[in-house]
Write a protein that binds this ligand. Structure first.
Ligand SMILES: NC(=O)c1ccc[n+]([C@@H]2O[C@H](COP(=O)([O-])OP(=O)(O)OC[C@H]3O[C@@H](n4cnc5c(N)ncnc54)[C@H](OP(=O)(O)O)[C@@H]3O)[C@@H](O)[C@H]2O)c1
Length: 233
């Protein structure tokens, strides 16, 4: 085993998680990245793709329990997420369950499985939440609720574990150019002054991991200069 630090990144196969993984690797951190399909995986000896459907709780638990026997993770990046938007009456049980599971239950479960290991190395949890956690979200009631729950969980977790040297960081990005809005009738604008790009969030993660020991950047909110969303025709 080398001295290279290890990170677990959920949703490392696309968008923000892919950008974060690339940045961690550039900082000489070995990334174990979870996703269901790695169409264009990162080619690096510092990247190990883990194909796993996060909604399959038993499979996920077994995978993590096996991994942590060999890999001393010091960073856990809770990034995977899914969003279904529209009037709440048009949601269905499967969508509500998927959002609640991937966005909220899985981060709580993974934290539970890895917390002792992260405590042992004074490690860091980073939660990719959303600006929706801070506000009312018409046509995104359930999605916003999962993100508000995620931020609440992360805040309480920090209060619980800061005395053990564990860092907990919440990042709240605004609309970011990715495939995230594949199920919506709107998307992020292409214009860089009206939306974020995944690298913006990755840069925030890089700033977080480069802080001196003893300083925790607790919460970061990232917004574009102008507020605009693009309706799909
Ligand atoms: N884009 C935005 O405007 C925006 C704004 C604020 C916050 N966020 C948050 O940022 C995070 C990343 O979103 P993104 O914009 O990068 O979207 P994305 O490109 O759709 O990426 C989502 C990632 O989550 C993974 N994922 C989803 N369901 C999964 C499952 N059941 N099992 C395993 N992996 C799963 C996907 O992997 P597979 O497809 O391989 O399964 C993918 O890697 C999410 O938590 C999202 O809520 C996004």
């Amino acid at each position: 085993m080398t001295n290279t630090p290890y990170a677990l990144v959920t949703g490392a196969s696309s968008g923000i998680g892919l950008a974060i993984s690339r940045t961690l690797i550039a900082n000489n951190i070995h990334v174990y990245g979870i996703g269901r399909s790695f169409d264009t995986p990162i080619v690096s000896e510092l990247f190990t793709p883990i194909v796993c459907d996060l909604t399959k709780t038993g499979e996920l638990t077994n995978t993590i329990n096996k991994l942590k026997k060999d890999i001393p993770f010091s960073y856990v990046i809770h990034n995977a997420g899914v969003g279904y938007f529209g009037p709440h009456e048009e949601q269905n049980p499967a969508k509500i369950h998927e959002m609640t599971c991937v966005n909220l239950e899985v981060p709580m479960l993974l934290t539970n499985l890895l917390l002792r290991d992260i405590k042992a190395c004074n490690g860091t949890f980073i939660f990719i939440s959303s600006v929706t956690a801070h506000k009312s979200n018409t046509h995104g009631c359930a999605y916003g609720a999962t993100k508000a729950g995620l931020s609440s969980f992360a805040r309480s977790l920090f209060d619980e574990v800061r005395k053990y040297g564990v860092k907990v960081v919440i990042i709240h990005p605004d609309m970011t150019q990715s495939n995230f809005y594949r199920n919506a009738n709107f998307t992020a604008c292409d214009d860089l002054s009206t939306s974020l790009i995944p690298e913006d969030i990755a840069n925030a993660v890089e700033a977080v991991i480069k802080q001196r020991d003893g300083l925790v950047i607790n919460e970061i909110t990232l917004v574009p200069q102008y507020h605009r969303i693009e309706r799909k025709s």
